[in-house]
Design a protein around this ligand. Structure first.
Ligand code: C5P
Length: 359
């Protein structure tokens, strides 16, 4: 067995899971703010953000992979490396099985674009809770593609997850019924002294986008895990392949933008500090996600991101005056309890659940 990698003396597995939870909370808040704080005429293009994300992630992965190869070559007792590190890396990137990454690459581009639609149309906390449905889709795809078997406890946990999300969804749709401006009232910005909403949200559109994103997330995550763990290829090389295959689908919407912008207005039109911050947190998140999938798995990843719900609730209350209603608390607690239940190791499920299941 290879030794478990550490960072600052701590196991990388846990450091990456906690980092991912914090990153997730930060991303939904910054991304939401970057979209809703500007009137539509001053907003940036999400397509540009999705493309920049892939270019930056790919570049960082490329440099990391190159550095690792150079270091490995130096450590070889007889420096007999057949070719330069760059040649070696290119050989690995364009390996015969690189096409396998085209599937998750396409799915992630779709998902990253849908995320913008979702987060622009839902309050942050609602988005976060609903996005937990990823656990459900990830489980379903793990069963189908990785032939994982789920215990009855896990299936019950998934059912609770769905119920919890439905409760949160119900409360959001009831608070956002007429008058039309109540979407902004729902997050408490209309009557307080710090209004920041310049954008009318449409919860139905938001929920549709989140649901679709949950499917692509589950499928792409499981597929990436399958490719990564099914071969010896380096994680960073896989990431470079993933970014390369993301370029064509990410470029198309930038070239054929139909949001009324003229070509003269340019690729980076309205791309301000908040937009750059969104991209930076996304790039960081993508890299941490890859590390989590390698050293843990997609299911533990779901656990980390549920933890981030609590963080973003607190932040939403402080920053966006989000009002926590009893229904919201009920739904969100159900989601958290379900996540906890799902992550109970086999044989350590709470007695009450095993007795219900076995009788
Ligand atoms: O929904 P989920 O947590 O699976 O989102 C994964 C995110 O991480 C996506 O934005 C995707 O682009 C990114 N990712 C990545 N590199 C990987 C795996 C995922 O950038 N190897």
């Amino acid at each position: 067995e290879a030794p478990i990698p550490t960072i600052f003396g701590l196991p990388l597995k846990y450091v990456s899971l906690v980092t991912l939870a914090v990153q997730n909370a930060a991303l939904s808040i910054v991304m939401h703010y970057s979209r809703v704080s500007m009137p539509p005429s001053e907003s940036y293009s999400p397509a540009t953000a999705v493309l920049l994300n892939e270019i930056l992630k790919g570049t960082i992965s490329f440099v990391t992979a190159l550095w690792r190869i150079s270091r490995q070559n130096e450590q070889k007792p007889f420096s007999r490396a057949a070719s330069s590190p760059l040649r070696q890396l290119l050989g690995e990137v364009f390996s015969p099985d690189c096409w396998k990454l085209s599937i998750p690459a396409f799915l992630y581009v779709v998902q990253n674009s849908l995320q913008f639609v979702a987060i622009s149309n839902l309050p942050v906390a609602t988005f976060q809770v609903t996005y937990q449905m990823k656990i459900l889709t990830t489980a379903a795809f793990s069963v189908v593609l990785l032939r994982r078997r789920l215990s009855p406890t896990k299936w019950i946990a998934l059912l609770f997850l769905a119920i919890g999300v439905a409760i949160v969804q119900l409360q959001t749709s009831s608070t956002s019924s007429p008058p039309p401006h109540s979407q902004t009232v729902a997050v408490g910005s209309a009557h307080d002294n710090a209004p920041y909403y310049m954008h009318v949200m449409s919860p139905l559109k938001g929920f549709g986008a989140v649901t679709a994103a949950c499917f692509t997330s589950g499928l792409a995550g499981v597929y990436f895990e399958m490719v990564l763990k099914g071969s010896k290829a380096d994680l960073w090389v896989r990431n470079v392949q993933l970014s390369l295959f993301s370029l064509p689908p990410a470029l198309l919407p930038v070239i054929f933008h139909n949001d009324g912008r003229t070509a003269a207005q340019g690729f980076l039109h309205n791309f301000g500090a908040w937009a750059w911050a969104t991209v930076a947190i996304q790039v960081f998140g993508g890299l941490v996600t890859a590390i989590v999938i390698k050293y843990s798995d997609n299911i533990l990843k779901g656990f980390a991101t549920s933890l981030s719900i609590v963080l973003s609730f607190l932040a939403s209350v402080l920053l966006f005056h989000f009002r926590i209603t009893p229904t919201f608390v009920l739904g969100a607690s159900t989601v958290l309890a379900a996540t906890w239940m799902y992550n109970q190791p086999a044989g350590r499920e709470p007695a009450i659940i095993t007795s219900v299941v076995n009788n």
